[in-house]
Design a binder for this molecule. Structure first.
Ligand SMILES: Nc1ncnc2c1ncn2[C@@H]1O[C@H](COP(=O)(O)OP(=O)(O)OP(=O)(O)O)[C@@H](O)[C@H]1O
Ligand SMILES: [Mg+2]
Length: 154
């Protein structure tokens, strides 16, 4: 597989409450990405503050931590060719009213403060976030039978 990457994806508590776990996972599966780790988890304030450390001090920080810790979420690692960019594209822009039609945020949400999903934004953040959320032994690489039809090169 060319440029194989892993990226951290969270279905935030609004996605869980709204019953959108299956819909969001389907969109990533349909894109041709491969799930290699998944956990249903209710995170602490401290864990959330660490995850969103880059936003510490911003006016929305406390509300963001409250939102992400308000209920359980689904944490996942997805793998694929250029997975970081591909997932961000399928997720859409941070503000759902600026997200392109066809993206998860456009199609399923309307406000930045309830934008359903998180996805790593760079190789460096993906690496750090996956380390923060998952132990190596909880990530399960596997071979897809039809890989050639998704990531084959000509
Ligand atoms: N102005 C804002 N008001 C309320 N919440 C915000 C605002 N800006 C960002 N957020 C929340 O903080 C999250 C992190 O912001 P960031 O700029 O990293 O966007 P993102 O990378 O698109 O989203 P994420 O990091 O969750 O994948 C956003 O997804 C959103 O839930
Ligand atoms: Mg971000």
């Amino acid at each position: 597989m060319i440029n194989c990457q892993r990226t951290l994806v969270l279905i935030k508590p609004d996605g869980v409450h709204r019953g959108l776990i299956g819909e969001i996972i389907s969109r990533l599966e349909n894109r041709g990405l491969k799930l290699v780790a998944m956990e249903f988890r209710h995170i602490t304030k401290e864990f959330a503050e660490e995850h969103y450390a880059a936003h510490k001090g911003k006016p929305f920080f406390n509300g963001l931590v409250k939102y992400i810790t308000a209920a359980p979420l689904v944490a996942m690692v997805w793998e694929g060719s250029d997975a970081i960019k591909a997932v961000r594209q399928t997720v859409g822009a941070t503000n759902p009213t600026e997200a392109a039609p066809g993206t998860i945020r456009h199609d399923l949400s309307i406000l930045t403060s309830r934008n359903l999903i998180h996805a790593s934004d760079s190789v460096e953040s993906a690496e750090a976030e996956i380390k923060h959320w998952f132990k190596e032994e909880d990530i399960f690489p596997w071979e897809r039978d039809h890989e050639e039809w998704i990531t084959g090169l000509n």
